[in-house]
Design a binder for this molecule. Structure first.
Ligand code: CBA
Length: 424
């Protein structure tokens, strides 16, 4: 018995029983993961104690004094629901009321597709969760398919489809020389992709470039998609942030609907309702008929069930309270416009500041681009200098979150950009 125990101890640690020197773990070889290119910027910003520091990394709206904003419509909705909400589970597909209201924003208030119940839709864990649910659905029901992703795109798109094990292809989108859309190359890629390919499209306010196709260009893209029988999956994380009007920002989707496409769509309330941490969003897939929509929805729920079972309730209740009340909805629309307008104003001020400093470079693109981001054209080395010398934090691809630019920091930011670019 005693010698058996000694052998057992020996195997365990080579020294004392159950402790002091531990057995090596199976995860001992695990290396630290690479920092997330966007959320890692926030971590670095928070660790910096310099009072001049500026965070224009993550796309999170700030008011003109740099503070996070809770919309007044959200505050009012919270007052209305306070104390009345139970804490029961939502169904696997989430809040039916929230989903219904959300579909109206993407497909139109009086959409025949909604009336005819042709849309399979579930509440999702914000825009990221909606994309991921779709990617898993794509893998499950079209296992040999690929996804075409624009260059560049939101970095997390690559992670999402990678983790869903869907192979990725890319298509041309941005032309650095013009700081605009590479429309000809985009169309070529659409034409050259195998018939029936899946494409990821940013519905509006493209991240990170701030460059969207014009209405005419969307029509051509839609036409070509029809000719090639491609499937369009729209990621609409910024509805309202491009023009200030959610209805106008849904134009690309509406063009595809008018042309008879069956589409997929990811929606998020992180930005346009400021519900970042509430994780409220929606995934929808337009189907041929109600029967198909019921089947697709049941499959989406089946994917959700072993992942998170059902989505969180509070944010969904805030959204449905706002959107189902005409007064609160119009307050929301006013507030979305207010956020978009502040950003547009900051674009003008940043550009003017750079021009006043005598920058030899053109900064026209700052005001031409739309949405939350400015794709500045700064190189990774210039971004590193901004961070190291000026405590300005942004992603290394030169993306500036205009939502973090304020009257108080715009001069400092312009000056720093001028300093790192004047000899370029
Ligand atoms: N799609 C796109 C195109 C996005 O830019 C973002 C957010 C999302 C997901 C989906 P959520 O899951 O919160 O609804 O958003 N992108 C960021 O604003 C940031 O929130 C960004 O700074 O790029 C992020 O998660 O990276």
């Amino acid at each position: 018995m005693a010698s058996g125990m000694a052998i057992f101890r020996g195997r365990l640690s080579g020294r004392s029983p159950f402790g002091v020197r531990c057995m090596s773990s199976w995860w001992q070889q695990v290396e630290p993961a690479a920092k997330d290119p966007i959320l890692g910027v926030t971590e670095a910003f928070l660790a910096d104690s310099d009072p001049r520091k500026v965070n224009v990394g993550v796309g999170a709206y700030r008011d003109d004094s740099g503070k996070p904003v809770v919309l007044e419509c959200v505050r009012e909705a919270e007052r209305r629901i306070a104390g009345k909400q139970n804490m029961e589970y939502l169904p696997m597909g989430g809040s039916v009321k929230m989903v219904e209201e959300t579909l109206k924003l993407a497909y139109g208030e009086n959409s025949e597709f909604i009336k005819d119940k042709k849309i399979a839709a579930v509440q999702a864990l914000s825009g990221t969760g909606a994309c991921r649910l779709f990617a898993d659905f794509q893998k499950r029901f079209k296992p040999d398919s690929q996804i075409y992703i624009p260059v560049p795109t939101w970095a997390n798109h690559h992670n999402i489809w990678r983790d869903a094990q869907v192979p990725q292809r890319t298509f041309h989108y941005y032309l650095p020389e013009t700081r605009g859309l590479d429309f000809a190359a985009l169309m070529d890629d659409v034409k050259n992709a195998p018939n029936g390919s899946f494409f990821l499209l940013h519905a509006c306010a493209h991240n990170p470039t701030g460059v969207d196709p014009t209405e005419e260009q969307w029509k051509e893209i839609s036409y070509q998609f029809k000719a090639k029988n491609h499937f369009a999956f729209f990621d609409m994380a910024y509805q309202g942030f491009a023009s200030g009007d959610p209805e106008r920002d849904a134009r690309a989707i509406r063009i595809f609907l008018e042309d008879g496409h069956l589409i997929g769509c990811a929606q998020s309330y992180a930005k346009n309702m400021g519900l970042y941490g509430q994780r409220v969003g929606c995934l929808s897939i337009l189907c041929e008929d109600e029967k198909q929509a019921v089947a697709v929805k049941s499959q989406l729920q089946q994917i959700a069930r072993p992942m998170y079972s059902n989505p969180p309730v509070h944010g969904a209740l805030i959204v449905s309270t706002i959107l189902s009340d005409p007064e609160l909805k119009s307050l929301w629309l006013k507030e979305v416009k207010g956020m978009a307008d502040r950003i547009i104003g900051m674009r003008t001020t940043l550009r003017e500041n750079l021009e006043k400093l005598g920058s030899p470079l053109s900064w026209e693109h700052i005001t031409n681009q739309i949405g939350m981001f400015c794709f500045s054209g700064l190189t990774p080395e210039q971004v590193d200098r901004l961070t190291n010398e000026f405590h300005i934090y942004m992603t290394r691809n030169g993306r500036i979150s205009m939502a973090g630019v304020t009257t108080g920091n715009v001069g400092y930011l312009a000056n720093a950009i001028h300093e790192v670019t004047k000899s370029a």
